[in-house]
Design a protein around this ligand. Sequence first.
Ligand code: GCW
Length: 664
Amino acid sequence: MKIKTILVCVMIMTSFIGLKADEGSHLWLKHQTGANGNIKVLGRLTPTLSLAVHELQNGWTGMPIVLKKQKDKSLQNEGFRINPQSHNILVTSPSDVGLLYAAYYLLRSQSCNQPLTNTVIDNPFYERRLLNHWDNLDRTVERGYAGKSIWEWDVLPDSVSDRYEAYARANASIGINGTVLNNVNASPEMLSKEYLQKVETIANILRPYGIKVYLSVNFASPMVIGGLPTADPLDKHVVKWWKDKAKEIYQIIPDFGGFLVKANSEGQPGPCDYQRTHAEGANMLADALKPYNGIVMWRTFVYNPEDADRAKQAYLEFYPLDGKFRDNVILQVKNGPVDFQPREPYTPLFGAMSHTKTMPEFQITQEYLGHANHLAYLAPMWEEFNQQVNPASQKALAGVANIGTDTNWTGHPFGQSNWYAFGRLAWNPYLTSEQIADEWLKQTFTTDSAFVEPVKAMMLDSREAVVNYMMPLGLHHLFAFGHHYGPEPWCDVPGARPDWLPSYYHKADKQGLGFDRSSTGSGATAQYPDSLAKLYDNINTCPEEYILWFHHTPWGHKMKNGRTLWEELCYKYNEGVQQARSFQQTWDAAQPYVDAEVFQQVQEKLKMQTLDAMWWRDACLLYFQQYSEMPIPLELERPVYNLEEMKQFKINIDNHENAPHGFK
Ligand code: GCW
């Protein structure tokens, strides 16, 4: 062999190996490079269009492609049409970003081996598809489990990380078109001139990818950085301060998206501090942004230990304000009425506010689903929500990001699938979890069905497994205080807010288990539409996956399968452990198809997940058994941990000491 040929072979081999050992940094964007695709643009080459051309030239191996911007009655601004013709593929969209989305569509189809035969017309379902970063200015990330914040505030705007563009590209590839850069527990500093210049740099990098920047704002900003004596939304100096601030922002970032606000929640300032309503607060900000087409996303996550059942409070506070919000205000409502638990029924505000815009907030980061240690594919949870709340009644979608500085972005390699699934569902809420998992696996690993089919089945089971081993049958918030990782159904922190303690939610006693939210209890069932309220209110018709959410259920209550509540609880916890074990088997069988490092990383995490599942099962069953006084059915595994010992474990989440096993 000639030296040149050998060299080429070595280069091809190393680039192949290089891709295999990519440690996850390329996410799902692993399509071939150097394809030399034949791409033509009709019209002006804008920065966004250049990106589309570049992506296709690099990755497209099919027929020549013609990209053309043109009006089209069947298309929204960001939608696209792909028309395979005899000698080429004609791709059109009313906008440049629509053509970029089409490029990613084509590359995805190619990676998934989906042939293009018919014309494709694809429009985004929601106009705004946003990530929310809970990232602080000191680069810590609230509820972040994947390293530090990717936003390097300390060195911006002079130094610009390569990650910003990689982030933009990944988001554009799945249709995300907005990002809130900072934590909803917002530092007023964010709106200072100095920080706005840093934001400008990020906005400039994201813009060609069709992504707008938004900011979380602290309601007391006029006091903290403006030196005013009040932040009262009806005070004319306060109104002027926000108007001036909006003007300043838009001078720097002309396409700025708007504000996200957490007000009068968990100690944050807000209009209620001045006896004003949430509507008065939101409208004041909305008026300031209105001249520039900016919006306010106002969160409904409010609750107070002195008030009613926590699950009822968002509704009680906001429902009376229906119709009182400006048209550029959208209420951002968490999917469930408590807080991103492994399973919750939907928040009854959805659908109830017929004269107010609402948008769901999902949590991609796994605050309550095992952090970045557990494999939990969340699309089935969001699909379940979309089956309960008609997506057409919603105006936008937000997801709390799981992204950080880790090489693989999300800590757990399978955490990437949740970022991916969120974007895909924001584009099309009618995609199935199965379809999304299939796409993600094929793009991220291989199209080989010997790998895809079993691993997909594992993903599809994984959220239910977490529900089973953590909180089956509608149990919720049994977490250890603060870090929300392991089980502490017994948790009692002297002086803590009662609504931050598990006993507030599980109400275990000698009679039974669960929160009575029926008409004999807190009456939360009445916040749902009549037919559902009736269904949930009756213990015999309430879906069993919510029975302990809505009913204080007697230990001996007969479940549909004939078991008592206690027995069923034991079975569910055991099923969760068995599922985690089966994931280990599935993954070991997948070894030949996966890069060695990623294989090992997932394998280690699955071991931890199984240990955690056993920890959860034993902690919860042994704790509740003190009340049920019933035996664990003999056919089930015996506890391996001991309740009194477990009560002594106090995980230090920072140095991971004192866990009952290898918690890392
Ligand atoms: O679930 C709670 C989290 C807080 C979070 C809050 C919220 C950003 O534990 O960390 O604060 O929800 O959504 O505002």
